[in-house]
Design a protein around this ligand. Structure first.
Ligand SMILES: C=C(O[C@@H]1C=C(C(=O)O)C=C[C@H]1O)C(=O)O
Length: 265
């Protein structure tokens, strides 16, 4: 969603927001495929494992060091002034170009779950996605990790817009207000949850991972193979589905709940 030029009223259409989340599935699947080309290279996640030339001993991991350097450059390009972008690291420099005026769609907030995204990605996704080895491609692996982390962060924090769109539904707003005032997290999450959308998402995600993950050769039929074991798959499809089922969807809903709990402040 281009919030710079989009009509603020349009920007909170739930259907349009869901279409953005569907498109982000492709971004995330392809980023995971790119990461899976390289070995686990777990040294890049270990704090203090590297002695960085030209800088004093950094206690951070190579990935966090590299991510901070990348986010400093992106901050100068005003990336984190966009209401749908959230940094993992800090402190970050001010932009070198003038700020943009964004439509005020969200209630201003400081909700940032990137530390949880980093934790599940490093401890659960990468080990399942990559061969347990060190192929010395530490820079390439970290570069692909950053693409994955930024895409996951964008997708999960989009929950703020989804929550705002649901809150603006006149039929549901009185119920949300009552639950927010009662600080009833569970009831708010239950009201936000749409199981049909989640089930459709997981089915679609499996099909996408099966399709995008195939090495299509000249002789191959591009019709989806009902028995994917006969195809060489670049990625473990179950890892992609589990990523969403266990982490992306629950964290998105956590963002939605946290956003609504501060909505009336
Ligand atoms: C994002 C939404 O809110 C919830 C979270 C979903 C998700 O993270 O994919 C899907 C459905 C809802 O349970 C939505 O309603 O579309």
């Amino acid at each position: 969603m281009n919030f710079v030029t989009g009509n603020p009223r349009e920007a909170i259409s739930l259907d349009k927001l869901r279409n953005v989340l569907i498109r982000l599935e492709d971004t995330i699947i392809f980023a995971l495929i790119e990461r899976s080309q390289f070995a686990h290279n777990d040294i890049i996640y270990k704090p203090g494992a590297y002695k960085y030339r030209g800088s004093d001993e950094l206690s951070t991991s190579f990935l966090e060091y590299f991510l901070w350097e990348i986010e400093k450059v992106h901050a100068k390009a005003r990336r984190y002034q966009s209401p749908d972008e959230y940094p993992f690291t800090g402190p970050l420099p001010d932009p070198v170009i003038p700020p943009l005026e964004y439509p005020r769609i969200l209630k201003p907030n400081n909700i940032n779950v990137n530390s949880k995204i980093m934790e599940f990605y490093i401890n659960h996704i990468v080990p399942s996605l990559c061969v347990s080895d060190d192929d010395m491609n530490h820079g390439s692996a970290a570069t692909r990790d950053i693409d994955c982390l930024q895409a996951l962060s964008h997708r999960i924090h989009y929950g703020k817009y989804v929550a705002e769109a649901k809150f603006q539904d006149p039929d549901l707003q009185p119920k949300y207000i009552q639950l927010i005032k009662a600080k009833n997290r569970k009831a708010i999450e239950d009201l936000l949850t749409n199981e049909k959308v989640e089930e459709a998402l997981l089915r679609r995600l499996r099909r996408k991972a099966l399709t995008y993950g195939q090495d299509i050769t000249e002789s191959d039929s591009i019709i989806e193979d009902k028995n994917p074991i006969h195809k060489h798959l670049k990625i473990d499809v179950d890892v992609v589905v589990e990523l969403y089922e266990k982490w992306v969807i629950p964290l998105t809903k956590e963002v939605e709940v946290e956003y609504l709990l501060q909505r009336l402040d």
